[in-house]
Design a protein around this ligand. Structure first.
Ligand SMILES: [Fe+2]
Length: 225
């Protein structure tokens, strides 16, 4: 396709999102199955139902545009899902795996927030108000999911994952796999981990604390109605 107009770029962005959401529809049940924490399982279930609605909203938009939703494969989402799959193949402590699943899910949410924010802004610029509203609804859901995941990480999942840290800290000989697990347990969305935990337990927490603090990362796309 020749990208000679903003309309064409908008269509490309929508097709990318459509592909991303459909890939996520297949991945979320696996993530739910891999999760141990009941609240995290619920969060994945809820987001699966939301994702079905989000696909339906995109289909409505394509219908209005008189275009097919197909024709693009979202490589970004493919990579994020693959990272999640790699994580699930690890021989991980269940609590640490939960923390890693939150981190993987938040990577996905932030990616989607960027995509939806951008398309929402294009719809606004193109005067497509109804489509802008549909995209804003999804954007709100993605942001709410991101916040929910951060809350879950802060209140239970990462705390549980930290319970194994003392053993790991005193067992340096284990080497690579421990440090890998610990890093992933940090989650991507923590906003204030570092100050709440003893220094030796905060590994990764402070490193991750800023990335999730700002919701919505796409360029110039975050204004809400
Ligand atoms: Fe989504």
């Amino acid at each position: 396709m020749e990208l000679d107009t903003l309309q064409a770029l908008y269509l490309e962005g929508l097709r990318d999102l459509y592909s991303a959401e459909n890939q996520l529809l297949k991945a979320l049940p696996k993530m739910r199955k891999a999760a141990t924490n009941p609240q995290l399982q619920d969060a994945f279930n809820t987001h699966l139902a939301q994702t079905e609605q989000q696909v339906a909203r995109l289909e409505r938009i394509f219908e209005q545009l008189g275009k097919s939703p197909k024709g693009k494969h979202c490589k970004g989402m493919e990579g994020l899902i693959e990272e999640g799959n790699d994580l699930m193949k690890e021989d991980a402590d269940p609590d640490v795996l939960d923390a890693g699943l939150i981190a993987a899910a938040q990577h996905v949410e932030h990616y989607e927030i960027a995509g939806y924010g951008t398309c929402r802004t294009y719809a606004e610029l193109l005067g497509l108000d109804e489509q802008m509203d549909l995209l804003q609804q999804t954007l709100n859901e993605e942001e709410e999911t991101d916040v929910l995941l951060t809350e879950l990480a802060m209140t239970s999942v990462n705390i549980a994952a930290m319970s194994g840290d003392e053993d790991e800290m005193s067992d340096e000989s284990e080497g690579g796999s421990n440090s890998r697990g610990g890093g992933r347990a940090s989650g991507s969305g923590q906003k204030k981990t570092a100050g709440k935990t003893p220094a030796k337990k905060s590994m990764g927490g402070s490193r991750g604390k800023t990335s999730g603090a700002k919701r919505g990362s796409s360029a110039g796309s975050r204004s809400k109605k």
